[in-house]
Ligand binder design. Sequence first.
Ligand code: ARG
Ligand code: MN
Ligand code: MN
Ligand code: MN
Length: 300
Amino acid sequence: RPTRIIGAPIDYGANRRGVDMGPSAIRYGGLAAQLEDAGATVADDGDVSAPRAEERDPEAETPSEGRAKFLRETKAVCTALSDRVAETLDSGELPLVLGGDHSIAIGSVTGSARDADVGVVWFDAHGDFNTPATSPSGNVHGMPLAALLGIGDFAGVEWANADGLREENVAIVGLRSVDEAEREAIRESEVTAFTMSDIDEEGITAVVEGALEIATAGTDGIHVSLDLDWLDPREAPGVGTPVRGGVNYREAHSALETVAETGALRSLELVEVNPILDEQNETASLATELAASALGKRIL
Ligand code: ARG
Ligand code: MN
Ligand code: MN
Ligand code: MN
């Protein structure tokens, strides 16, 4: 299936500057060439427009309780991104969204789930299940899964709640950093979280197969959201919120090869790449390789 690249160069949702350079870093890291090696036809739509954070007031729009920084700007970018993702799917192409911080998933997933029932596989060290009321940081990149599932108030929910997404079809893979209130919220939900301990015990293949079963059950296809901090910081040092004890290089490839084998991939995103914290752009290059595996690249 032809693939269309859409960049979302924002860091409004993150706690430090730099992930707004993710789309450039990933393109520079050889994305088009990697995808062509995987046999994909690639078009690049450029980036959705995003004002610089320095030009904006982070508190311009506030939720009814708690805190969510740059909510107004996040809403504007996610709304534009959602339209671009939905249009790309309408034209029969696969959207490949480049972040940006993880708040952009609100745009990608609402777009992907606009005219279809989708499942989501969320490869991440974090649960991203906070709300403005529970977030310890006020950073929206720690909240997108809750927003998509209609949990919490995000200064209105229409823009953030994904129509065709049910909790039962969401699987988090690689979890190892969860805030107290987030833990409660994940437990109370119908979302399935596979932790790093599950990967230790069962192995990456069994865990990813389990996650894919959940995401594909009764859906039209899956959205894969790949936060690069899912990997161990030794493999992916260029991320905003690294957490020790993540998956290694081969486990990551194997997981995305398993995704490709389902044939159910509908949309894909690569988020939280921060080239400022990197040497030789290695995290962005790794992101391009993993995208190629997800799109079917094989060793032989
Ligand atoms: N749980 C923390 C928070 O809410 C960190 C979230 C990190 N999320 C991410 N997409 N990197 O601030
Ligand atoms: Mn995340
Ligand atoms: Mn994360
Ligand atoms: Mn809804």
